[in-house]
Design a protein around this ligand. Structure first.
Ligand code: UDX
Length: 468
């Protein structure tokens, strides 16, 4: 990629330096833009300025170093400086689920737009990247025009972000598409200048109105969540029969109209996006009088939550019917591997439910222990897989980190009290575990008795290799 944009390149600011904003700021600087990142959190800004990424994201620390060394990236907690510096301001603050409601909490977005609008005195563009309910961008544009010394000349656009945690650098430097939600030709031209390196590379661009751009994001996340819950619904059907959802998923995935991605059965989806986005979308559709059109998202959410409960059931069954005093090794806390994010994490939810039923739960996650401890300090966290497994009555694989996938069943078997494992992510080689004497259980797969002896004929591994 040519990382020297033309001299007319707009100066970029990024407001909010969480997973999305920090990645965006760093990658824009790597692409050659002058970037100023802003956050209200002084600690986070101090860390970023010192070259430390405040969360776990593979490849991002190296890109932060590169950007800081280039001199093109700085961070500040001074919003006046941001207002003066930027030509294109990307607002990347969070839109978490509101307390006691399924709606999105727009407080941070609203205050970022209005506080910035009150300070900007030269023609520039405010671009929302946060995931918001349809109609928010137009409403914010009105608020901005009312507050700004420039009036309606201070324009608003929307540019939804599709990056995945764990692949954030790749997804930002080489996205599969760009979506611009714009209300004027000038906004479009500014966004084209801000993304020129990506457009030159041939990244597909969709130019839309603002409501469509807002909808693209929630529709994409709803589709992905629905696909995951579809295969997990099939797992429920499998559980009522002797069918095997792993084999079913493998067979379905060979139809290229269906495809293998997001068809991986197991404990279901979590994280800071999918769960809250489908709830907020359903809530917004109801407000708009079209709730029926997306009422299925309520079922998608319920299927997903039932998988967590069913995982606890499987662990209880393996433990002999009660969890009281049972030692469970909970492998994983993050909502998915290669992330330390524990927001709405299925793994941590399962660990918490086990604990509430009286199990002695020991949690080990390669990266998310600290965040998990902050959320659920009552659970016991340890620093290695071996320590977690030591003396366990049941092992539960809850997040499919490579470290867990590649663990040796014989070695693990030597540490535990009972060779019993629940594979909550369909990530393990069932045959290897069974042939080394483990009782192996997975959601939506028929019970397979453990082998008579570790040297028994290996079982056929029916675990499909479904790329996520
Ligand atoms: C998601 C979207 O993919 C991304 O485009 C958007 O910008 C933000 O939300 P992310 O939250 O990083 O990204 O996670 P993603 O990789 O989509 O996984 C979401 C959850 O689904 C994880 O908990 C994962 O374990 C689960 N999952 C994914 C499955 O259970 N089965 C699958 O087949 C795929």
């Amino acid at each position: 990629m040519n990382n020297l944009p033309p001299l007319s390149a707009p100066k970029i600011t990024v407001i909010g330096t969480g997973y999305l904003g920090a990645t965006h700021a760093i990658c824009m600087a790597v692409m050659g833009f002058d970037v100023l990142g802003y956050d209200v959190d002084h600690r986070k800004i101090g860390q970023l300025q010192a070259g430390v990424v405040p969360f776990y994201e593979p490849g991002l620390p190296e890109k932060l170093q590169e950007a800081l060394t280039s001199g093109r990236l700085r961070f500040t907690t001074d919003l006046d400086e941001v207002a003066q510096f930027g030509d294109v301001h990307f607002i990347c603050v969070g839109t978490p689920q509101a307390p006691n409601s399924s709606a999105a909490n727009l407080t941070y977005v609203e205050s970022a737009f209005t506080e910035l609008a009150a300070r900007i005195t030269h023609k520039s563009l405010l671009v929302g990247k946060s995931t918001v309910p349809i109609g928010t961008a137009a409403r914010l544009a009105g608020m901005v025009a009312d507050i700004s010394p420039l009036g309606p000349a201070l324009e608003v656009a929307w540019n939804p972000e599709f990056l995945r945690e764990g692949f954030a650098v790749q997804d930002t430097l080489h996205p599969d598409r760009l979506v611009f939600g714009v209300a004027s030709a000038w906004s479009e031209s500014m966004l084209r200048r801000a993304f020129e390196p990506l457009l030159t590379e041939g990244t597909p661009l969709i130019v839309a109105d603002m409501p469509t751009a807002e909808l693209v994001k929630v529709a994409a996340n709803s589709f992905l969540a629905t696909k995951i819950s579809f295969i997990n619904a099939m797992a429920e059907v499998c559980e009522a029969t002797s069918a095997d959802v792993s084999v079913l998923a493998a067979a379905l995935s060979l139809d290229d109209r269906i495809g293998p991605r997001f068809l991986k059965p197991g404990l279901g989806f979590g994280g800071g996006c999918l769960p809250k986005d489908i709830r907020a979308f359903k809530h917004r559709a109801e407000q708009l009088g079209v709730g029926q059109a997306v009422s299925f998202l309520g079922e998608v959410d319920s299927i997903n939550n039932r998988r967590r409960i069913r995982t606890v059931d499987l662990i209880r069954e393996l433990a002999g019917g009660s969890l009281a005093g049972v030692k469970v090794a909970a492998l994983g806390a993050a909502f998915k591997p290669n992330s330390d994010d524990v927001r709405d994490a299925p793994a941590l939810d399962v660990a918490r439910m086990l604990y509430l039923e009286g199990a002695a739960v020991t949690v080990y996650d390669p990266e998310a222990n600290t965040n998990a401890h902050r959320l659920y300090p009552d659970l016991n966290y340890v620093d290695s897989l071996a320590t977690a497994a030591e003396g366990a009555d049941v092992v539960a694989l809850l997040t499919e980190w490579d470290e867990f996938r590649s663990a040796d069943p014989d070695y693990l078997g030597g540490l535990v009290n009972h060779r019993r494992i629940v594979d909550g992510r369909h990530a393990l080689d069932a045959g290897r575990y069974i042939s080394s004497g483990w009782e192996y259980r997975a959601l939506g797969r028929p019970y397979q008795a453990k082998a008579a002896a570790p040297s028994a004929v290996p079982q056929r591994d029916t675990t499909p290799n479904l790329a996520l």
